[in-house]
Design a protein around this ligand. Structure first.
Ligand SMILES: C[S@@+](CC[C@H](N)C(=O)[O-])C[C@H]1O[C@@H](n2cnc3c(N)ncnc32)[C@H](O)[C@@H]1O
Length: 300
């Protein structure tokens, strides 16, 4: 299975992560995905080492193959985990460990979106799954959520995580029509909840609810909020945490956490007063980069 993902803000990430990095620096890429950022860091200096984390079995399989092909087995290690568990896992391995750079490139990869059976996209008809870790049966799928929550809970998910203005109407219709099994079942319901004159706008009516369900299934905002303060503690002096977010809810969490961490007299300082965003050229080459925002905090 081929794994396609264009790394976003790659040059900017490399600059922030490595501009002051001495030889033998140790990096962590907590959203390994297709490994684009990780391998670019490794290419810069052959003394660098990296630990890559992902919870997606496809990303890990593909990563292991690439590491072998590139003969990077001595320098790059992969961990199968939710990044929320990373601080504990890595401290158990080595209590003294410190990183020069930690990267988070949040959200889903193009691979996850574009493989129909993962159920992330309403473009394809597939089971409504959306688990990044599809091997973990303890995680509820998007279909489970649609089929078990009451209308109030569904409305809350669509409103909070999707900022969907027709959240109530959609939630009630789901409860009326369920069980819902596939992406197309859900797309169809949402589409018909939209007023006729709003069904063919620039953004497809199902976009916001699909985003909301994906965030709920993978508890994306909760794990991010929980882990940021723990990650900065893993940085060495001069080390940096670089976070790329793709929607306002994520960016707000990163911005607030950095503000709290980087207050007066704190050992951390924010390097990006305003978030760094992709150039026009990058957006033209990769439209999925258009909403990216990069923020950086450094241990001083
Ligand atoms: C945008 S992609 C990263 C792409 C990567 N930087 C590259 O250049 O190929 C995000 C990746 O992070 C993973 N991911 C997202 N949230 C995660 C979490 N909480 N724990 C572990 N992995 C996560 C996803 O499975 C996905 O593979």
């Amino acid at each position: 299975m081929s794994f396609v993902h264009f790394s976003v803000l790659k040059d900017e990430c490399l600059q922030f992560l490595t501009e002051n990095a001495p030889s033998n620096s140790y990096f962590a890429d907590l959203t390994f995905g297709g490994g684009g950022h990780s391998f670019a860091i490794m290419d810069l200096d052959e003394s660098y080492k990296l630990v890559g984390v992902d919870q997606d079995p496809d990303a890990l399989k593909n990563g292991a193959k690439l590491i072998a092909e590139k003969q990077l087995g001595e320098r790059v290690e992969l961990l199968s985990s939710n990044f929320s568990k990373f601080p504990k896992l890595i401290k158990e391995k080595d209590p003294e460990i410190e990183f020069q750079g930690i990267l988070m490139d949040l959200g889903v990869s193009s691979h996850q979106f574009d493989i129909p059976e993962r159920g992330f996209s309403f473009k394809y008809d597939a089971p409504l799954d959306m688990r990044m870790n599809y091997e973990d049966d303890t995680i509820e799928t998007a279909a489970d959520i649609c089929n078990t929550r009451d209308a109030d809970e569904l409305e809350e998910i669509f409103k909070t995580y999707g900022e969907e203005r027709f959240a109530r109407r959609i939630a009630e219709k789901i409860v009326e029509e369920r069980p819902i099994a596939s992406t197309k079942d859900l797309e169809n319901i949402i589409f018909h909840c939209y007023p006729r004159n709003m069904r063919f706008g620039k953004i497809h009516p199902a976009t916001r609810c699909f985003q909301a369900l994906r965030i709920a299934v993978n508890e994306e905002l909760g794990v991010l909020t929980e882990v940021l303060p723990q990650l900065v503690e893993l940085l060495k002096t001069g080390g940096r945490l670089v976070v790329i977010s793709f929607h306002s809810l994520e960016d707000r969490i990163v911005k607030r956490a950095f503000k709290e961490l980087g207050g007066k007299d704190s050992p951390f300082r924010i390097l990006t007063k305003k978030p760094v965003t992709p150039s026009k050229n990058e957006i033209a080459a990769n439209s999925r980069s258009r909403s990216a925002k990069l923020r950086v905090i450094e241990r001083i």
